[in-house]
Design a binder for this molecule. Sequence first.
Ligand SMILES: C[S@@+](CC[C@H](N)C(=O)[O-])C[C@H]1O[C@@H](n2cnc3c(N)ncnc32)[C@H](O)[C@@H]1O
Length: 266
Amino acid sequence: MAEALERLDISAAHIARVYDFWLGGKDNFAADRAAGQATMEVYPGIRLSAQANRAFLARAVRHLAGAEGIRQFLDIGTGLPTANNTHEVAQATAPDSRIVYVDNDPLVLTHARALLTGTEEGATAYLDADLRETDKILTQAAEILDFSRPVGIMLIAILHYIEDLGQARKIVARLLDAVPSGSFLVITHAGIDLFPDEIGPFEEVLNRHLPGDHHAARTRDEVTGLFDGLRLLEPGVVRVSEWRPGSEQEAATPTTLWGGVGVKAG
Ligand SMILES: C[S@@+](CC[C@H](N)C(=O)[O-])C[C@H]1O[C@@H](n2cnc3c(N)ncnc32)[C@H](O)[C@@H]1O
């Protein structure tokens, strides 16, 4: 924890906290709010898009824990605790669900306690790690998750911070390699073709504020390619609001993100 706190630099924006600002949260600092405001000036729809992303996350986890019987989740790029965190949604359906959270923002680590309040039957754990450290993540997650049984891998609004598509594909492949058939991959990813007029200014402004990894939106075909080798659940890779929406209002929420769920077939 002490080592992680030394990494906490509140003078620069971090995407976990900018995203928290977009969602209307309080876990952000002046630099994050400046980045959040500046991006909203070029693309005001980002707030609704962040909400649509959270709603997708809840629907996907509910589906996996319910109809698909998944009891283990590896959620990489957790974000700051907010409403309907993965363990809350999963354990509301199946109290024995086990969840491992992973994020590289030290502030998320300091809030991890809020993510570790699961049910008695289930378990939650938090790893301070970078998505690129797949071996470290898989080794440490194995203390909580049984990798001989299906796992739901959640990569929600994180892969567009891996700028090199080849590297993103390798990370996904390594994670999928570690889980048995019957496991699921859930991805949401910024779509360059979803807001073509605003994406240029949006990324320019956001990336100017982010000292670390930059935002790199991709096309629907590129996002679909991340599911290579998996069977995509209906309706495939679609706007996150259109993935099995719970209401017409949910379906109509504007979004910058493609989303989909794939299953590793036997
Ligand atoms: C846009 S937020 C999404 C949060 C949550 N998954 C959601 O969709 O509501 C992206 C999260 O991924 C984390 N993140 C970004 N790049 C990462 C990396 N390379 N390794 C680990 N976490 C990363 C950020 O710290 C942040 O919490």
